[in-house]
Write a protein that binds this ligand. Structure first.
Ligand code: DC
Length: 221
């Protein structure tokens, strides 16, 4: 298979990861969840009592080793040899990841890792800056979005299904905080690439979105 690169960007809760996973499986590509890398860095900071600021984090960057492994069941993420696949989804890691993603040295480190993965594999990579910054030459760029209400509703249901306790108002607050933080940061903010295809999934089912994206991938394969 050609080393196709598909970039899927968009705000939190737009459905990027489930859609990317589904399409990657269908085409035998590797799904790279770049948000998980920012989350793992946040977990390192939290668990080592390091404040999430540029000055405090940058001297510790060399201590952070992230490994991703891929299987048909999904991606597992290791932080310094420890499996943090579940830990990175907790509330403090979610908020921490958005804060840590503002720090340029963290982004430089992770973007380098992401580009190396894409050089060696056919990938579907999701994030905020994949089409604009990480893989500006990607064969296909998609910007996936949905209204705040719809994204919050989906995330809320997903959390309940995983047995996590939450309130819808808290989920809305979290999404609004991250939208603002992710879009307003100076370095590689969340932004639609000029050549990305915009898909608003507010009124689409998961199957409809997946089919549309798979059709777009078929055109570039
Ligand atoms: O996709 P996610 O919700 O797991 O991402 C967690 C945080 O990481 C999100 O608030 C923004 C940040 N992020 C980023 O800045 N750039 C990326 N390519 C991926 C995620």
């Amino acid at each position: 298979m050609k080393k196709i690169r598909v970039a899927i960007d968009g705000p939190a809760g737009a459905g990027k990861s489930s859609i990317s996973k589904c399409a990657a499986k269908k085409f035998g590509m590797i799904y790279v969840d770049t948000g998980a890398m920012y989350r793992a860095c946040a977990v390192y900071a939290i668990e080592n009592g390091i404040e999430i600021t540029d000055e405090a984090i940058t001297p510790h960057l060399d201590e952070i080793e992230i490994d991703m492994s891929y299987s048909p069941d999904g991606q597992r993420i290791m932080l310094n040899g420890k499996d943090v696949t579940t830990r990175i989804r907790e509330e403090d890691a979610t908020i921490g990841s958005s804060k840590i993603a503002v720090i340029p040295s963290v982004r430089l480190k992770l973007v380098e890792m992401q580009r190396t993965i894409a050089q060696n594999n056919a990938v579907i990579m999701d994030g905020r800056d994949i089409g604009t910054h990480v893989l500006p030459d990607a064969e296909l760029k998609i910007f996936l979005t949905a209204s705040v209400a719809e994204r919050a509703k989906r995330r809320y249901i997903e959390m309940l299904e995983k047995g996590m306790k939450c309130e819808i108002s808290k989920v809305i607050e979290d999404i609004e905080f991250r939208d603002k933080n992710d879009s307003e940061r100076e370095f590689a903010p969340l932004k639609q690439a000029e050549d990305a295809i915009l898909i608003d999934t507010s009124d689409m089912s998961f199957e409809e979105v997946c089919e549309k994206i798979c059709d777009l991938i078929k055109e570039v394969i």
